[in-house]
Design a protein around this ligand. Structure first.
Ligand code: AMP
Ligand code: MG
Length: 491
């Protein structure tokens, strides 16, 4: 690893608070250099908000940093240790193909992890090669940026840099490194690692660090570890409701892929649902549908219970009391989730105020969508546009009856109709990263070196609530196909 003073001022301003934690939590090492770094895509607005110069990042020196060939001044790279329940089975893990460079302090005074993903082997690589392929890294870039534009808390993507090397999967694929930005990479699995392999002091150190970094108000509470648990639960309840409301399926909600910051993390086999069906699964390895769309809230609750378990020694000296505190906190998750979801559904339907029948109005619509195999996003989009006759349910007496109920609920004070439409427009995306459009962009980029398809897609996804006519082409669902869409992990 070379650490040279740079000739261009990129604006790096690193702090390394994670590196000041006990060595138990990580292994220090640098990225493995690659043959020929070449920037494929750079997120200009994100760079600017981080206080980084786009011009410097676009230079050869910038690409060398983004590919891991040069460590920027002030960075103290490390691979984080963590554990996790993968499909229900507990395993020791860690950054097997990623490195935390450090924490960039932004001009606004915020702190963000700068992580290279695909940067080479680490002590946690197990049998993996530490590398990533260009297609999946571009996919993470597209989907994480789309999530951000949808208003959903998420890690973000600063850049994808081709390595000029090939990696071996089922076939040879071009390699790449993704530069990922996150509030932090502390996971439920980081706590599981501390609980399983560390001392209570390690656990306390991690909990205090997490409190300070993400929940400073909770750090003031009488029982700050209980406050931490409750805040994490609250953020996850809000996050998962947002996923459900846009039809996002994470695909691999293992406990190592749940961030304590409340951000969506680890875009592997994720995808957006087209046809509404709670049993939708895209991931090729999710044979039993553990992470199906309709299961996500339950799984989040399960993961949070695993988190709560790790905190037991900190919650109370008396074990029984600690368990009771944890159970009480966990039992709040489903109600919190349900409240967020219902508030979001009210917004999607343009409803003002609260009526006891609102939940039934929403779930009855979903039932009709499922029966008639309606497209999830487009149903809400067409209701927003006042074109219900174009939905898949149109012409059926059940849908006519539903529309009548909805209209009756919408009628209200003067000006309410306009306000409802506005509410719907800002809650129902017209554009989501549909699988067939993402695949089309990726194959142009990876197979033909043509980035223009992806750039157009990214531009459309950047304003999902614009309802601009030029975005219409991205609203079309895929042609019916005989083989279901499949996504892959660990690629
Ligand atoms: P994921 O399914 O992407 O959340 O990854 C699960 C675990 O496998 C993490 O510890 C990753 O760091 C590790 N991993 C995934 N791909 C590779 C790879 N190509 N080389 C080494 N480790 C990997
Ligand atoms: Mg992961």
């Amino acid at each position: 690893m070379t650490q040279l003073p740079s000739t261009l001022d990129t604006g790096w301003s690193f702090d390394n608070s994670y590196a000041r934690l006990p060595e138990f939590f990580y292994s220090r090492l640098g990225p493995t250099p690659v043959r020929a770094p070449k920037l494929v895509v750079l997120n200009g607005p994100l760079a600017a908000s981080l206080g980084l110069s786009e011009q410097a990042l676009r230079s050869a020196e910038g690409a060398a940093v983004l590919a891991g060939n040069r460590v920027p001044e002030g960075a103290e790279p490390l691979a984080q240790a963590y554990a996790g329940h993968q499909f229900g089975h507990f395993t020791m893990l860690g950054d097997g193909r990623a490195l935390l460079l450090g924490e960039q302090m932004t001009p606004a005074g915020e702190r963000f992890d700068i992580q290279l993903k695909g940067s080479g082997e680490t002590p946690y690589s197990r049998r993996g090669d530490g590398r990533a392929a260009l297609g999946p890294m571009l996919r993470e870039y597209i989907i994480s940026e789309a999530m951000h534009a949808l208003g959903i808390p998420t890690t973000r993507s600063l850049a994808v840099t081709a390595t000029g090397e090939t990696i071996l999967r089922e076939t040879e694929l071009p390699g790449a490194v993704l530069t990922r930005i996150a509030a932090s990479h502390i996971r439920v699995g980081t706590f599981q690692y501390a609980a399983a392999g560390g001392t209570v002091q390690h656990l306390r150190t991690l909990a205090d660090y997490t409190l300070q970094r993400h929940y400073p108000e909770a750090a003031e509470a009488d029982n700050r570890y209980l406050a931490l648990l409750r805040e994490v639960i609250r953020r996850q309840a809000s996050l998962i409701a947002k996923w459900q409301l846009v039809g996002f399926i994470h695909g691999v909600m293992n406990t190592d892929n749940m961030a304590l910051s409340g951000e969506t993390i680890d875009y592997g086999p994720c995808a957006f649902m087209d046809t509404y069906d709670p049993e939708t699964v895209f991931s090729s390895i999710d044979t039993y549908g553990r992470y199906a769309y309709g299961n996500q809230p339950l799984i989040a609750g399960w993961n949070l219970a695993r988190f709560a378990e790790t905190l037991l020694p900190l919650l109370h000296d008396d074990e029984e009391q600690a368990v009771r505190l944890a159970q009480d906190a966990i039992s709040e998750f489903s109600g919190l989730y349900q409240r967020h979801w219902l508030a979001g559904m009210r917004a999607k339907l343009g409803l003002h105020g609260e009526d006891s029948q609102d939940e039934a109005l929403a779930t009855d619509l979903l039932d009709l969508m499922q029966q008639h195999r309606a497209d999830y996003t487009n149903t809400f989009r067409l209701l927003t546009l006042g074109r219900p006759e174009e939905t898949a349910m149109s012409g059926t007496p059940e849908f006519a009856a539903w529309l009548e109920r909805w209209h009756a609920r919408l009628v209200g004070a003067q000006g309410a109709a306009e306000a409802s439409r506005e509410r719907m427009r800002s809650s129902n995306p017209a554009v989501i990263p549909r699988n067939h459009r993402v695949e089309e962009a990726l194959s142009a980029a990876v197979e033909e070196g043509d980035l223009s398809v992806m750039e157009r897609l990214l531009a459309a996804l950047a304003n999902p609530y614009a309802y601009a006519p030029e975005q219409d082409e991205y609203a079309a669902p895929p042609e019916p196909s005989s083989c279901p869409y499949r996504t892959f992990c660990g690629t």
